[in-house]
Design a protein around this ligand. Sequence first.
Ligand SMILES: [Zn+2]
Ligand SMILES: [Zn+2]
Length: 444
Amino acid sequence: MTQTRTLRRWDVTGKHQLACVGFELPELPADRVRLSFICNGICGSDTHMFHTGAVHPGHKGAHQPLTLGHELIARVEECGESVTGLAVGDVVAVEPGLPCGTCANCRKGRYHCCPKTMYMGTPPQNGGLADEFHWPGHWCHKLPASLAANPVLASLVEPLAACRQALELRNRIVPERAEDEWTVIVGTGAMALGVLAVIKATNKAEKVMVIGRSAKALKFAKDFGADLTLQLSGIDPKATAESVLKDRAELFRTDHFDSDETLEAEFADDAACLAAAKAAREAAKRVRAHGAHLLEIEAEMSREAISAAANVLIKENAAVMAQAQTHANGYISSLFECTGDERLLETIINSKCMLADGVVIGLGCHYGVSFDVAMLRRLELAFQPVRRSCNQFPPTIALLNEHPELFQPLVGSTVKFDDFGKLMNGEAKADETGTGGPKCVVVR
Ligand SMILES: [Zn+2]
Ligand SMILES: [Zn+2]
């Protein structure tokens, strides 16, 4: 007789709510293996699910509670009757998407775009941040011994598989690059730096420029192999507007309006604050003249101030892209956009920094992002979005196994399974690995 044990898993139960809940596994289906948790990388989408209460634009039904985690390394504890190629004790990287297997995309082998995919940690499919987990053996990739001995490194397989997918798509559109051509990566998160590492592991000579906001992250990127780094504008339009309005709302509600000279003197070296203050003043004048209510005046001032600061941000980032173009002598033939920031994507495309015939690879979360395709036409640019990965686990495992030293620095911290909730709630800090890398991995 089997004894039932209470297992634990981390569930999102609401907005900013995580709970470690007890559960029991059902009987093991024939095609599945029972896995025990070894470690799991935390992805931006886990954080997103936590903040939104597991609301996902691609899923309309009930979504709570949802177990997080889709970058899972686990040990096989039991194999279902029809499972082949796996044995108890094997350490596996879990490929987190379950395609339907019967639609046109699945039949053609493009399973990553199956519209019926059940993806771990994305509603309605529970993820792997659990003591134990059932998953089809077919989607569990056995790790070679040296990687199995370094599961934290191995947990990079899932995100790096998407990076490798991105690189393959790039190579399909821009198959050859002359020595004088540059590749640009925008962003400094795990995906951006994963692309950098995959490029350098595949072709060390490829010239890569990394463009991001944080000076610290750019320093990491430089040490990590970037040939050049450039810093984006640090303006936060909302914060800028708030700071300006905090001091002025009271003044502008009355008949006191600072002159241009007064504002210019106060914000001599802060173009965004100056623009926001001027815009707020003009908005106040305009709506007050129509006899608007206090709340309306404040709302309008805030809207105009944010928009004015955003315009300065766009201008500054356009200047950074122009700088990138100058550094590359005009020869930027591919660009990986890894931030998912609509305004930034638009700035990049509008800046015309790229060489004709090039490609912008969208590797960030570009949900609900729009831009004017006419700007692509001007340079016959392609925009190639990336959706997860297809047949990339085996070659990515091989890549990690061959070059562990290249990828290891990506893991900047670890956190114990038991402390995951505290970490997400900001009550605990992760243990630094000392590399300064962007990835945090949940460990036993
Ligand atoms: Zn992920
Ligand atoms: Zn399908």
